[in-house]
Design a protein around this ligand. Sequence first.
Ligand SMILES: Cc1cc2nc3c(=O)[nH]c(=O)nc-3n(C[C@H](O)[C@H](O)[C@H](O)COP(=O)(O)OP(=O)(O)OC[C@H]3O[C@@H](n4cnc5c(N)ncnc54)[C@H](O)[C@@H]3O)c2cc1C
Ligand code: SF4
Length: 445
Amino acid sequence: MITSNKLSIDQYEKNFSAIHPPFENKEAALMEANRCIFCYDAPCTKSCPTEINVPKFIKQITTDNLKGSAHTIFVSNIFGGGCSRVCPVEKLCEGSCVYNLLHEKPIAIAKLQRWATDKAIQDKWKLFDRKPSNGKTVAVIGAGPAGLSCAHVLSREGVDVTVYEKESKGGGLMTYGIAAYKVTPEFCQSEVDYISSLGGIEIKYDHAVGKDITLEQLQKQYDAVYIGFGVGLANQLNIPGEELDGVEDAISFIYNIRSKGYSQVPVGDKVAVIGMGMTAIDAATQAKRLGAKEVTMVYRRSEAEKNCTQVELDIAMLDGCKIQWLAAPVAIVGENGKVKALVCDKMKLGAPDFSGKPAPERTGETITLEVDMVIKATGQKPYKTLVDENGLKNTKGKLLTDEHGATNIKGVFAGGDCVNGGKEVVDAVQAGKKGAAAILEYFKI
Ligand SMILES: Cc1cc2nc3c(=O)[nH]c(=O)nc-3n(C[C@H](O)[C@H](O)[C@H](O)COP(=O)(O)OP(=O)(O)OC[C@H]3O[C@@H](n4cnc5c(N)ncnc54)[C@H](O)[C@@H]3O)c2cc1C
Ligand code: SF4
C-alpha cells in the first residue's frame, strides 16, 4: 500500500544521513592532504570540468592556509562546497588520480575540498571583492548552478545582476533534485546565501519567466540575459496505465522528499523504478530508505550499457534494490484505479543504434512485476514551448548556442542543462562561467 510515515523518525534520520561524511578532525584532513604528491600537470585538474587547481588547494591545506585553499576552489567553482558532496568523482578528478595506477586508494579530493569550503561557508569568509558597479545590468533566468555561477562572475566584475527564479528557493536541482543523503536542504540554502552575499546579485523568487515576466521584457530592461533554466519536465512512458494512481515521475517524487520532508512522502510497499541513470538510482534508493519493502529497477538494456556509474549502482544494491536488466515496460496494470503490476517485454541486445549502444530488441516473452507503485525515471525533456515561443534556436527544446554560450538572439546567452540536455552540477557551473565571460566580452569590459 502507498503510505507516508512508514518508519520512525529515528529510522528516517538514520536512512537519510550523509553517505559521504566529512573528515572528523584536522589531523585526519592533514593526513590525507599529505598523501598528495602534487603532480605537475595534474590529471585531477584536467578531469575537473571547472579546472580547479587541485594540487594547489591541497598544498594550501597542508600549510594550514584554509582561506587560501577555499579561495583556490571558489575562484574556479563557486559551487565547490556542493560539488564536493555531489560530483561523481570516480569518473572525474579522483578517477584520474595517479594513485589509481599504483592500485592504491586515490586522494580523497572531494572530501578535502569539502574540508576547506565548509569552513568558508560556515564562517562566512569574505574571499571576493566586487568591483565598483559599471552600470551594466544582466537578467539571469534560473537560480541553479549555471545561473548563480554566471551571476557570481558577472557581479565580481561590477555588473548588477537580477536572478529570476520560479521556485521559492535557489540552488536548482541541488536543492530540489539531488538525493537528500548527498546534500541537505540546509547546506543548499547556506551555499546560495554565501554566493549571493558577494553583493550585486538580487534573486527574485517565485518569478517564472514565461508566466510572470517575458523574455522580451527582460531584453528591454537589461543589457543582456543569461538563460540557465535547466530541463524540468519528466519524459512520459506512453504506455497503457500511466494515468493510474501510484504512477509518479522521479523528479516530483524527489522534489517532494526535498521540499516536504521524508515522513510526509507516500511510498509503496513494492516499487518499480524505470530507468538506470543517476535520477533512477536516487529515486530507487530513496524509495527504499522511505520504507518500501521491495524496490526493483527496470532497464531495457544490460548492465554494460547503464548510464549511472558503478559507485551509484553499488549504493542501490547495498540498499537492497533489485535490478531487472533487459526489460522494457509495455503496460501498467491497475485495479480500482490503483497500480497492481508492471508488465515488461523481455529484451535481447542487437546491433548498435544511433547512441552507439547495442539496441534492445523484443524477444516475444513478457515478465510481470507485482508492484503498487511505479516511478518513471527515463529522462527529462526541455521546456520546448517556452524556447519556441521566444524564437530561440533549439534541437527538440535543447537550446543551441555557439561555443561561448551565445544564442541566436543578440544579447541572450545560455548554459547548463538547458543547453547540454542534462549533465552534472560541475558542468553547469563551468557553463555559467563561460557564459559570464561571453557577456563581459559582449560588453567589452
Ligand atoms: C534526480 C537528479 C539527481 C541528480 N544527481 C546529481 C548528482 O548526484 N551529482 C551531480 O553532479 N548532478 C546531479 N544531477 C544533475 C544536476 O542536478 C544538474 O546537472 C544541474 O543542477 C544543472 O544545473 P542548471 O543550473 O543547468 O539547472 P537546474 O539545476 O535545473 O536549475 C535551473 C533553475 O531554473 C529555474 N527555472 C526553470 N524554469 C524557469 C523559468 N521559466 N523562470 C524562472 N526560473 C526557472 C528552476 O526552478 C531551477 O532553479 C541530478 C539531477 C537530477 C534530476
Ligand atoms: S569540482 Fe568535482 S570534479 Fe572538480 S575537483 Fe571538485 S570534486 Fe573533483
